[in-house]
Every structure is written in C-alpha cells, then in structure tokens.
Design a binder for this molecule. Structure first.
Ligand code: NAD
Ligand code: MG
Length: 389
C-alpha cells in the first residue's frame, strides 16, 4: 500500500455508472492524490473510450465481448491495455497495478471481482451493496483474513463509518438508517398500482443509476442497506432501525450505550462519501456546495409506511432469518426491477414476485460461497419463469 505522499492508484469497476463517473470527477480534481489505473464498463463503449482517452489508465475492461474490437481500435494509439468479458473482470481485479478498488458495478455482477480484490489484499471502497447482501458473512470474513479494509461508499454506511471513527472501544446500542422515502413517499397502493418506470426513476434528492432508483422507490434499497449494515458493522438485526427523513441531510446516525447519538450531515451529494472513501483516513478539501443552517430549514422524521412499502418487511425478514435468504431476496429483486424497467410487470407486482420466490427457494442456514451462487441462480430461474421473461 502506498503511503500518503504517493499517488493512490484506483481501479474503478463500473466507471461509466453514476458512482463511477462521480468518482472520476473526484480523481480529476485531485491529480496529486489519485490516478485512474483501471476502468471497466459493461456496455457503454463510447463513454469508456472517452474516459480512457482522458485519464489514460493502464487497463480497461469492456464486459460485452462484442464491443472489444471497437474499444481496442479506438485506443490503439495509446498504451492502454484492453480486455473483454466477465472472466477478465475477475482477472484484472487480481492484478498488482492498483491499490484501491472502487466497487461500483451494479448488482450480483459486482461480487466476484470484489472477492478477487479482497483475496488480493486490496483496499475496497464499496458502493456495490449487493455484494454484502448476497454473501456478507463470507465477504467480511475474507476481508478480515486478508486484512483488506472495506470502506463504505453508500451514503448511510459512510455516515455510520464516520460516526464510528474514534469509538472502537465503545459499544453501539443501535444505528439509525435514514431513508428519503423516495418519489412515492405518502402514496398508497391504489396510486402505486399504476405508476410507470419514468415516474419511478425520478428521485427527489439523488440522481442515481436505474436499478437503485427503482429500489429507492420501492424502499427495497433501505432493506438492502439494513442487511449491508449488519455485515459491515457486525450488528444484530435488532440494532438496526430505519427512519424516513425526506430532506436527506442527516445521512445516518449511531446511538451509543450512554444514549448519545452522533449524526453525519451534509447536502445530498454522492461525491462526498466517494471522496471520503478514496481518501480515507484523510479528509481532503473540495469546492462542493455546503449546507447552510441560516436558510429556512426543516428536518423531518417519520416511521416508514411498511403497509404500503412491503419490500421493507420482506427485507427485514431476510435480515432476521439470515442464511441464503438475503441472497434470494437480492436475486429476485434484480429480476423484478429488470422486468419493471422493461414494462413487463407493474410496480406492486415486484413485491409479490419477491415474496413468492423467497417462499420457494429452500432455506440454507450457513451457505458456502458455491451455495450462495446456486441460491442466486435458483431464485432467478424461478422468478423469470413466473413472469415468463
Ligand atoms: P449504474 O447503473 O449507473 O452503473 C453501473 C456500472 O456497472 C456501469 O459502469 C455498468 O457498465 C457496470 N455494469 C452493469 N452491469 C454490469 C455487469 N453485468 N458486469 C459488469 N459491469 C456491469 O449504477 P450506480 O447507480 O452507479 O450504482 C452502482 C452501485 O453503487 C450499485 O450497487 C448501487 O446500489 C450502489 N450505490 C449507488 C448510489 C448512487 O448514488 N448511484 C448510491 C449508493 C450506492
Ligand atoms: Mg444509500
């Protein structure tokens, strides 16, 4: 690992996404601290090429093998090495040429490269929450064994992580995850039954990739984040509470044994947790807009409406039962969101599909990594069959 005076070499897995592009902005603003060493994308060859010409990485990977030649040719005059395909993602994650992986691929696809990076003793800035939802126990155990630090990028977990700095000896009573409530806060099922993808993609406070935007609209995102928090911070399910806070100024809180509560606050801007994770343990200056207490400000808090947003109930069930259930929940949720985005199923059908699939796939209390992969596959096949994908 490099020390503070040398440049941290970053591997951006998912460089063309919402997190990936914002991370490149952070890197661009701090050329004396960070370099973009590896860039990867699934489909967006145009943007990957553009990013490569600008940041001159050592290696790029394009997931879609059909696009390999196009990327290769576009970068022929540069020294950039080009790879393609799923296997290459994993191989590149194991290479020596970088220090920190920004895990910003969306969904289950992020798991294998992240595990490879952990096994290669890299520092992980983790945006891909699905990695911990699918196999959190194994991933965290591997991180301990390999002394690979995992620094959360998800804003709630970054907030908790920041609240815990300097508190290693102090017991946490509970963590309080804040939720914006998404675009349909206050709505009831008779409204939700008719909402379409364009509406669900409009988040009030954050601009994010399609999958997490739908997860925010259904509150599944908060469910996934409860499970993410359990593994990241080694908490019992009872220690994790969700509160709706529509302004997204408090990014989450930690309550200690003495009843004292620490909160981390700021304007909703993912560049802040991204920068914090890349620069950790340092804080570095930036020009991001600041929160202003002198303006008329209201901070509100309310209970989540779990009668309407039942995904949160299903995720809480998975959080408590553990085993392969969070993995199954994640797999069927990916299918459900995909089908909703393709206008194949309605908004409320997503919850029904998730519930059915969770009941169908046999429960395993302590799965191996292989069994997690199998549960993922089983859940996807069952769900895709029901909705005839
Ligand atoms: P996105 O859809 O904008 O970008 C996803 C990236 O992953 C792209 O670069 C894409 O090329 C790549 N990718 C997609 N499918 C892939 C596959 N099968 N194999 C390899 N690469 C693939 O997503 P995002 O919003 O940037 O989110 C990325 C991750 O970060 C998600 O896990 C999300 O939950 C998490 N996250 C995002 C935000 C946010 O503000 N966007 C906030 C917190 C956490
Ligand atoms: Mg979040």
């Amino acid at each position: 690992m490099n020390n503070e005076t040398t440049i941290k070499r970053i591997a951006l897995f998912g460089s063309t996404g919402s997190i990936g592009t914002q991370a490149l902005e952070v890197i661009e603003a701090n050329p004396d601290r960070f370099s973009a060493e590896i860039l990867t994308a699934q489909n967006n060859d145009e943007l990957l090429i553009q990013q490569s010409l600008k940041f001159n990485p050592n290696i790029v990977v394009i997931g879609d093998e059909k696009k390999y030649l196009k990327v290769k040719e576009a970068l022929a005059s540069t020294g950039v090495k080009v790879f393609a395909g799923e296997k290459s993602l994993e191989e590149v994650a194991g290479m020596d040429c970088y220090d920190l992986m920004l895990a910003a691929i969306v969904g289950f696809a992020g798991l294998k490269p992240t595990i490879k990076a952990i096994r290669s003793k890299k520092t992980i800035a983790l945006a891909n929450k699905e990695t911990l939802v699918v196999a959190g126990d194994i991933v965290m155990q591997l991180a301990v064994e390999n002394r690979a630090p995992i620094i959360p990028v998800d804003s709630e977990h970054s907030a908790i992580f920041q609240c815990l700095v300097g508190e290693t000896r102090n017991r946490v009573e509970k963590v309080i995850l804040t939720a914006s409530g998404g675009p349909f806060l206050g709505r009831k099922p008779n409204y939700l039954v008719n909402v379409k993808r364009e509406h669900a993609l409009q988040h009030p406070n954050w601009s994010m990739g399609a999958k997490i935007s739908i997860d925010s609209a259904t509150l599944m995102n908060k469910g996934l984040e409860m499970i993410e928090a359990k593994y990241l911070f080694n908490l019992k399910p009872e220690q994790i509470q969700v509160v709706v806070h529509p302004q997204s100024i408090i990014h989450s809180m930690v309550q200690f044994e003495d009843g004292s509560i620490k909160a981390q606050m700021g304007l909703p801007d993912m560049k802040l947790p991204i920068q914090y994770a890349l620069a950790f343990p340092q804080r570095i200056p930036n020009k991001f807009p600041r929160y202003d207490f002198k303006k008329v400000n209201m901070l509100n808090f309310e209970e989540p409406d779990t009668k309407t947003f039942r995904n949160l109930v299903l995720a809480t069930d998975a959080l408590h039962k553990g085993g392969n259930l969070p993995c199954v929940l994640n797999a069927v949720n990916e299918i459900a969101v995909y089908a909703f985005l393709k206008n194949r199923i309605g908004f409320l059908d997503m919850t029904e599909l998730i519930e059915k699939t969770m009941q169908h796939v046999p429960f395993i209390q302590k799965p191996t990594l292989e069994e997690y992969f199998e549960s993922d596959g089983e859940a996807r096949t069952f769900a895709a069959d029901i909705i005839k994908l």
